[in-house]
Write a protein that binds this ligand. Structure first.
Ligand code: CIZ
Length: 307
């Protein structure tokens, strides 16, 4: 007989305690996964929290590159991705081989790599960035030319806030990229008093229509401080659950009904329980790749934080 959600949660609690495991959930996860998580956040913040946590086992409810980031920062811990096929099309839009070729074409450029990328791609890069600190990272590098990978929309956003030449990689998040200006205009018409907040992975035409552009962590602080009690949110729909819980006095609307990432929704209570029972899939990064990828992350972390 199939277990009820309550039974699954009780079993997860039991095993989590026995194994001294912590459950991390990305802001885009299903509501029931967010609700059982020890820590909720963005990919880099979660990986940093995992590194600090007193736990041997980390259940990373997110997509593959996120669990890799946790493995890069916590090599001594067992990092488990509950759904082995939870990937990221954006991360897959750059390969280390293609990057090496592009670097050879632009030897003058510093490679700035968005954390939504594989460990191997990070290892080929000079410095990482997040959606929260992309502008700061681009401005921090010494060279005048930056090769920004793999998200062209975030790279374009950063290029609008720097004097550096930014070479864009032809990559994008299929969820954010396909939000249209028409959808945002329609949402504004439906909620005329609402502020429009969008993620910088959206297209420039959508960004132009927004009152504020920021990362998922930035959305929480903006929602708390902005002088309006309604917000239209242009990022993956899972974020609305967190916003509604943390800022219950305000109302949130999604900018487009298509802002649903199928990979982020793969993780269920059953897959979390199975992951705890079988301790699988363990995410491993080979030591040479880990060290080089960590260097790119460390260079970013050395820049004062802006989250
Ligand atoms: O880096 C992350 O976690 C993502 C995908 C978005 C964000 O802005 O937090």
């Amino acid at each position: 007989m199939e277990k009820t959600d309550q039974e699954l949660i009780e079993k997860i609690e039991e095993l989590r305690y026995e194994l001294k495991a912590i459950i991390l959930a990305h802001n885009y996860q299903r509501e029931e996964i967010q609700d059982i998580a020890d820590i909720l956040g963005d990919s880099l913040g979660l990986s940093q929290d995992a590194a600090r946590a007193d736990a041997g086992v980390i259940i990373f409810c997110g997509v593959h590159f996120m669990a890799e980031s946790a493995a890069i920062l916590s090599p001594e811990k067992t990092v488990i991705l509950p759904c082995p096929d939870a990937g990221c099309p954006l991360a897959d839009m750059v390969t280390p081989e293609a990057l090496r070729q592009k670097k050879a074409e632009h030897p003058e450029a510093t490679v700035v790599c968005y954390v939504n990328s594989s460990a191997e791609t990070k290892a080929e890069s000079d410095i990482c960035c997040t959606s929260a600190n992309a502008v700061r990272v681009v401005n921090s590098v010494q060279e005048d030319t930056v090769l920004f990978i793999p998200d062209k929309n975030l790279g374009h956003f950063a290029s609008q806030h720097t004097n550096k030449k930014v070479i864009l990689w032809e990559g994008y998040c299929p969820i954010h990229h396909w939000v249209t200006p028409e959808e945002v205009i329609k949402a504004r018409q439906a909620h005329p008093r609402a502020a429009v907040v969008v993620h910088p992975e959206c297209q420039p035409e959508v960004i132009k229509l927004a009152d504020h552009v920021c990362s998922t962590s930035g959305m929480i602080s903006y929602a708390k401080k902005v002088n309006t009690d309604e917000l239209i949110i242009g990022t993956e729909i899972g974020m609305l659950h967190r916003l509604r819980k943390e800022v219950p006095e305000k109302r949130f609307y999604i900018a487009s009904p298509r802002l649903i990432c199928p990979n982020m929704k793969k993780t269920s209570l059953t897959s979390v329980l199975t992951a705890l029972e079988n301790l699988s899939l363990v995410i491993k990064v080979t030591e040479p790749i880990r060290q080089r990828a960590k260097l790119a992350l460390d260079r970013m972390l050395a820049i004062p934080r802006d989250r």
